[in-house]
Ligand binder design. Structure first.
Ligand code: NDP
Ligand code: MG
Length: 419
């Protein structure tokens, strides 16, 4: 199962035909944005606002940032907004009524799944951070929607189940992660499999993050503020820490495995500090195709929203004459062991990627809360991978139970470190 096999079904089932008709018809596509208040959500709404004839916001979801969600509701007038809890929903509903906004406010995990799978929805931007984003993203996939997937943790945790849902429902899965979007753009339009397309390697580029040139010793005393100051991209706090530890690249290796049905040997990581080449595909005849651009997430968002057409995204054109030299390095797996842990989890298969993801989420939250050092993140992940080495969930319920067990186990280790 892969994104390629889901794309190879183009035009072969009713839902694909429906999506095609929507793309070419004049009525706007109805869009749900999960995680609207985050950086991907805000960038999505920026692109959407440039094309009111093409996209209409059906539903928005947020977490803690209720004022921001209220402003978005007033601007985009969605049918539904979803918050985490009843109290914030009531507060938002009251505020919106006072402004004459008719958006109905719902709350909770089930409501997120409802706005993702609602029969009127055409496309869903899955941009909630972490495993919390899996159930609504999966609901969108099961309902056969056009799924714009930013939430890489959903695939790392449940790649097999997610891709099966995409294939069974005929959903259209489009990658938002800039590297995977670049690879998607660098593959042939009619690609059924990497082997059939003559692909030898998928080459994921990595910026190297803010600590690329830090010594191992210096890494042990970096702060959350330093980790969140990414040199090239403005991102949420969790993915910023993942980028700094290179765990983000590890998660992306696993994401690529599922999206492109790749084996670990077909995936290579190259550090490219300028983030101009967003990733590459090397073919067996020696050709390398790459996607380049100004580092701005509105490009992959606009690409996926409009695919197979192209729309403007408000992104500054790449000016080759003012670019710094483009350089490339090998990732340093000694200073950044998280990337090796992800490759090891991928090789191990079964539930190892889900264990890696859950432990990493807890470790990153502890680092952001200043409970542990930055260098303790990969140690905690390694502990969990060893402890849960034989986990192999037969169904999604088992996987969610494992996710909780890994979180509790890792939290206990965090407490031990901090005592
Ligand atoms: P942010 O932290 O900026 O945004 C996360 C969004 O999810 C916010 O809307 C937040 O609400 C909401 N949210 C957080 N926790 C929960 C929860 N438990 N239940 C429901 N909603 C929740 O993250 P990003 O936008 O940076 O990233 C989103 C996803 O996209 C991640 O999976 C990331 O890996 C991926 N991605 C991001 C890229 C980027 O450039 N930012 C690039 C490629 C992938 P609130 O803010 O209101 O609390
Ligand atoms: Mg990325």
């Amino acid at each position: 199962m892969s994104l390629l096999s889901s794309l190879s079904l183009n035009g072969k089932n009713e839902r694909d035909n429906r999506v095609k008709q929507q793309v070419s018809s004049s009525s706007p596509q109805l869009l749900t944005v999960l995680g609207a208040t985050g950086t991907i959500g805000v960038n999505t709404l920026d692109v959407v606002a440039r094309h009111p004839d093409r996209y209409q916001v059906f539903a928005l979801s947020g977490g803690q940032q209720i004022d921001k969600l209220a402003q978005q509701c007033i601007q985009f007038q969605p049918r539904y907004a979803v918050t985490l809890e009843a109290a914030s929903a009531a507060q938002l509903q009251q505020g919106l009524r006072q402004q004459g906004c008719t958006t109905e406010v719902l709350y909770g995990a089930e409501a997120l799944q409802q706005i993702a799978a609602h029969p009127d929805v055409d496309a869903v931007m899955a941009a909630i951070v972490g495993a919390a984003g899996l159930p609504p993203a999966l609901a969108a996939a099961q309902a056969g929607k056009k799924v714009l997937l930013a939430n890489k943790e959903a695939l790392v945790m449940a790649g097999r189940f997610f891709m099966e849902a995409v294939t069974e429902s005929g959903a259209r899965l489009l990658p938002i992660d800039s590297e995977h979007n670049a690879i998607f753009q660098s593959l042939p339009a009619d690609c059924v499999s990497l082997a059939q397309a003559g692909v030898e390697k998928i080459i994921l580029t990595a910026s190297g993050g803010p600590f690329r040139q830090f010594s191992a010793e210096a890494l042990s005393s970096v702060t959350p503020a330093q980790a969140c100051a990414h040199p090239n991209w403005v991102m949420g706090r969790k993915i910023s820490v993942d980028s700094a530890s290179l765990m983000n690249k590890g998660l992306e290796v696993i994401e690529a495995r599922w999206l492109f049905d790749a084996i670990p040997e077909q995936i290579e990581v190259v550090v490219h500090p300028q983030s101009v080449i967003h990733s590459m595909v090397r073919y067996r005849d020696g050709s390398v195709l790459a996607q380049l651009g100004t580092p701005d997430m509105r490009t992959p968002i606009a690409h996926a929203l409009a695919w197979p057409e192209r729309i403007t995204a408000g992104v500054a054109a790449l000016d080759f004459l003012s670019l710094p030299p483009l350089t490339f390095e090998q990732p340093d797996l000694v200073r950044f062991p998280a990337l090796s842990l992800a490759f090891a989890a991928l090789e191990q298969g079964a539930d190892a990627p889900a264990v890696l993801n859950a432990a990493n989420e807890i470790a990153v939250a502890a680092f952001l809360a200043e409970k542990i050092r930055f260098t303790a993140i990969p140690q905690l992940v390694e502990n969990a991978l060893t402890h849960f080495a034989h986990a192999n969930s037969g169904c999604l319920d088992d996987l969610f139970a494992l996710d909780q067990a890994v979180r509790s186990y890792t939290l206990q280790h965090v407490e031990r470190i901090t005592c």
